[in-house]
Design a binder for this molecule. Structure first.
Ligand SMILES: Nc1ncnc2c1ncn2[C@@H]1O[C@H](COP(=O)(O)OP(=O)(O)OP(=O)(O)O)[C@@H](O)[C@H]1O
Length: 354
């Protein structure tokens, strides 16, 4: 574990009390209701809040009972909701600002590669006010990275963007995160965003950690609120196997079967993540012969739990070594005599590429 710590902080009647252990690389989502303490925890990691406890990053103590490394001495990048670029500097000089402050022998991030990863090559001579919100945010992320941080903190970096700008920036973030060797802590309200970007999750409630673990596990746990949300979804990892040009479908292999999805052609072998909503999974006892649903995977029922949506149950399914959740009418579950361990078929109605 490269980021570990314990934090205790009181603000009026709010108490943050958190123990953390995060993986050395990959994206950890801090997720929870408004007011659960996500930003406060991020600020503690940054040293913007002087909390009790300790923090260790990549083997270095950033704070403990004896000492407290102030924010300007912590090697971290912080990306806020609104990109805070220097308006009087061109993009190139904004990017050089943090880069130059790191001695050459301590730089771990290459200027040109970062510029390419975030697709800002053509923006270098422009001033921030001439950029779109999504472009500005990409520059802000590049600037944070060029300071060679040991930890990248992102506080709802897409919250101020419209849907089109979010759609524009997401592929850059995905691409970036697969290349980054540093841990990223990402605060978001949006489950879809988290399902697409994160590997690990810290689920917060009222200043405490309700659950922590791999994202795909937390999303489907029936004892956690995520699986009961209207937009509850599971994630499936898949690999591009080919492209059916005639039908305009991309063929995917996933552990558990094959899928066909309608999306732009992608290179064979590329790894993709699918987000499959619980409300888009239909359970049948036999493979459908006459259905318009394209994708159907053999599955096994692993759990049937109550669901807060009236008249429904939440069925957890195992597909190969992966899992799905299905929200189906309680009456259908009774009629099909669904029970744990039963073999069924999962039809995926709206498999969205996430
Ligand atoms: N400086 C402060 N003084 C008093 N209370 C504060 C202060 N900063 C935060 N709080 C309180 O701490 C709690 C947690 O706030 P925080 O912003 O960390 O939550 P959050 O999960 O990030 O919320 P959101 O998703 O709305 O941004 C809230 O009840 C907030 O009112």
């Amino acid at each position: 574990m490269s980021v570990a710590g314990s934090f205790r902080l009181t603000r009026d009647d709010f108490l943050l009390e958190v123990e953390l252990e995060l993986p050395a690389r990959g994206v950890t989502a801090l997720f929870g209701r408004s007011g659960s303490g996500k930003t406060t925890l991020l600020r503690c990691l940054a040293g913007l809040e002087r909390s009790e406890g300790w923090l260790s990053v990549s083997g270095c103590r950033w704070q403990d009972r004896e000492h407290f490394l102030p924010v300007h001495r912590r090697p971290l990048g912080y990306v806020f909701q609104e990109a805070s670029l220097f308006p009087h500097l061109r993009v190139r000089d904004n990017l050089r600002f943090g880069y130059r402050r790191v001695p050459a022998d301590q730089r771990r991030i290459d200027f040109d590669e970062t510029v390419r990863l975030l697709g800002v090559e053509t923006l270098l001579e422009r001033y921030p006010q001439s950029l779109s919100g999504g472009q500005r945010q990409r520059v802000a992320i590049a600037r944070a990275l060029l300071a060679s941080p040991r930890l990248l903190l992102m506080d709802e970096p897409m919250a101020s963007l419209d849907a089109a700008s979010k759609a524009e920036i997401l592929p850059y973030l995905e691409h970036l995160y697969t290349h980054l060797e540093i841990p990223v802590v990402y605060v978001s309200h949006a489950l879809e965003e988290v399902a697409r970007l994160a590997d690990h999750m810290v689920l917060m409630e009222a200043g405490r950690v309700l659950a922590t673990g791999p994202l795909h596990e937390l999303l489907i746990r029936s004892d956690l609120p995520l699986s009961h949300a209207d937009n509850a979804a599971a994630v499936l990892e898949a690999r591009v196997a080919g492209h059916d040009a005639e039908q305009q479908l991309v063929m995917l292999e996933c552990d558990g079967g094959q899928l066909r999805v309608s999306c732009p052609p992608a290179q064979a072998g590329k790894r993709l993540r699918l987000s499959v909503k619980a409300s888009d999974v239909v359970i049948s006892l036999a493979p459908p012969q006459d259905s318009s649903v394209l994708n159907c995977l053999p599955a096994r029922v692993s759990e049937i739990a109550d669901d807060p949506h009236p008249g429904h149950v939440l069925v957890q399914l195992t597909v190969g070594s992966q899992a799905l959740i299905a929200r189906i009418p309680r009456e259908a579950s009774r009629r099909m005599a669904l029970h744990s361990g039963m073999s069924v078929y999962a039809q995926l109605r709206g498999t969205a590429l996430a």
